[in-house]
Design a protein around this ligand. Sequence first.
Ligand SMILES: [Zn+2]
Length: 219
Amino acid sequence: THFHPEHAYGAQVFAGAATYLVNRAQAEDLTVKGAGYLEMFRGLGEPVARQLAGVELPRPDVVYGQAHRLDLGGRVVHLQATGRAHSRGDQVVTVPDVGVMFTGDLVEARQFAIFPWFPPHDIDVSGTRWLAVVRRLAAEAPRVVVPGHGEVGGPRLLADVRDYLQLLWDETRMRRAGAASEQTHVEEIEALMVQRHPDWSGREWIAKGVACLCAEHTG
Ligand SMILES: [Zn+2]
C-alpha cells in the first residue's frame, strides 16, 4: 500500500516467484526515501533492527499510473493510487466481489493516524489531502476494511479516521487565530483527542498531526 518499511520491506523474498506491483509515486518514494527509512527504522532499537536484517529494498517489477486491474484467476483485485496523503504514494487495494478494502496506513484501528512528519527530512504527509481521500473512501462504503495496523473491521474504521482528521483540522485551524503558543495548542488538542479516544494508542502522533496541519495552514 505504500513504501514504509513495515508494509513494503521484505518483498525481496518473492523475487522471481511473484510480481512486485506499485504505483508511480510509490516507486519514487522507494527510490528517494527507501534507504533513509531503512536506516531510520534500524535506529529504532534492537528488536526492529533484527526484523530488518538482510532486507534489500524491493525493486518494482511493474509500475502503474493511477489505477491497475489485476486478475488473480477467478478473482479480480483493483489497485488505486489515492494521491499524496499519509505518504506520496499511497494506494488502496480493493476486492470488489467481496467488498474488501485494504487501506494501508490511511486507516488504523484503535490508533491515532500516523503522521510521518519529520521536517526537514520528510514533509510529504498531508493532513488536508488525507482527509479528502478518506472522505472519498468512506463514501465507497466497503463491507470489510483491512487497516494498516490493528484489527480488521467495517466501514466504521473509515468514518473514525475521517472524523478524527476533520476534528484535528478544525481544532488546529481555530487555535491558529488565537494568541497562545503552538506548544499550548498542541497540549490542548492532545488532551481533547485523548479524552475522545481514551483506548487509542499512538498518542505521540497527535502532536505531529497538529504540526503538519499548522504548516499546511500557513503554507
Ligand atoms: Zn506508513
